[in-house]
Design a protein around this ligand. Structure first.
Ligand SMILES: [Fe+2]
Ligand SMILES: [Fe+2]
Length: 195
C-alpha cells in the first residue's frame, strides 16, 4: 500500500477484487462450455480455447489470493456466474464458430473496459493489485485480439450477437454483485472528478 487508505477507498478495492474474482470464475465457465461444444463441432478451436481457459483459472486463483489482505470475500451468488456463464458459452457456441468468437470478443471487451477503470483508480492506492491487474490485462487483451481476428469481416449477425452478449455480461456482473459494479463505477468516476 502506498498511502493510508480511506475506508471508502478500502471498500472500493475490496469490491474490485470481488468483481474480478467473480468475472474470472464466469470466464472459466464460459470457456468450459465452449470447449464442451467445440470438442464435438469445431475441434480445431479446442487448443486455443483450452489455453485461454488455463489463463482464466490462473487469474481466478490470483484474485482469490488477493482477497484476505483486502478484507474481501467471494461474492454471494457465485452460482449465478456459474450457471449464467456456462449457459452463455454453451448457447453461443451452438450458433457456430462465429458464436464462439463473438462471445469471447464481447466478454473480453467488457472485462478490458472494467480493468482499465480499475487500473486508473488503483495506481496510487494499491501498487500490488495494480501490477497484478496490469499483467492479467495483457492476457485478456490477447484473448480479445484473437477473437477479433476470427471475426474479421464480421456480418450483422455477429455484430448483433456481440452487442447482446455485452448487455448480458453487464447484467450478470450487476446481478452477481447486487449492483456493486455500478456503485463501484460511480465511486471510480467520483475519484476522477476530485483529481
Ligand atoms: Fe481472465
Ligand atoms: Fe480472458
Amino acid at each position: 500500500m502506498v498511502v493510508p487508505l480511506s475506508p471508502r477507498d478500502a471498500l472500493t478495492i475490496a469490491r474490485i477484487v470481488r468483481v474480478n474474482h467473480a468475472g474470472e470464475f464466469g470466464a472459466i465457465r464460459i470457456y468450459s462450455a465452449q470447449i464442451t461444444v467445440a470438442r464435438r463441432l469445431y475441434p480445431e478451436c479446442v487448443p486455443v480455447l483450452s489455453e485461454m481457459l488455463e489463463h482464466e483459472i490462473r487469474h481466478c486463483t490470483l484474485f482469490r489470493q488477493a482477497m484476505p489482505s483486502r478484507k474481501s470475500r467471494p461474492c454471494r451468488v457465485m452460482q449465478l456466474w456459474s450457471g449464467g456463464g456456462w449457459l452463455l458459452g454453451f448457447l453461443t457456441a451452438l450458433l457456430g464458430r462465429r458464436g464462439v468468437w463473438a462471445c469471447t470478443a464481447a466478454v473480453e471487451a467488457t472485462v478490458h473496459h472494467h480493468l482499465d477503470d480499475q487500473l486508473h483508480f488503483l495506481a496510487a492506492r494499491d501498487e500490488e493489485l495494480h501490477a497484478l491487474i496490469l499483467s492479467i490485462r495483457e492476457e485478456e487483451l490477447a484473448h480479445l485480439h484473437h477473437a477479433e481476428q476470427q471475426l474479421v469481416g464480421e456480418d450483422n449477425f455477429a455484430k448483433a450477437l456481440r452487442a447482446a452478449i455485452s448487455v448480458a455480461t453487464n447484467i450478470l456482473i450487476w446481478l452477481s454483485t447486487w449492483g456493486d459494479s455500478v456503485r463501484m463505477a460511480r465511486a471510480l468516476r467520483q475519484t476522477d472528478l476530485s483529481h
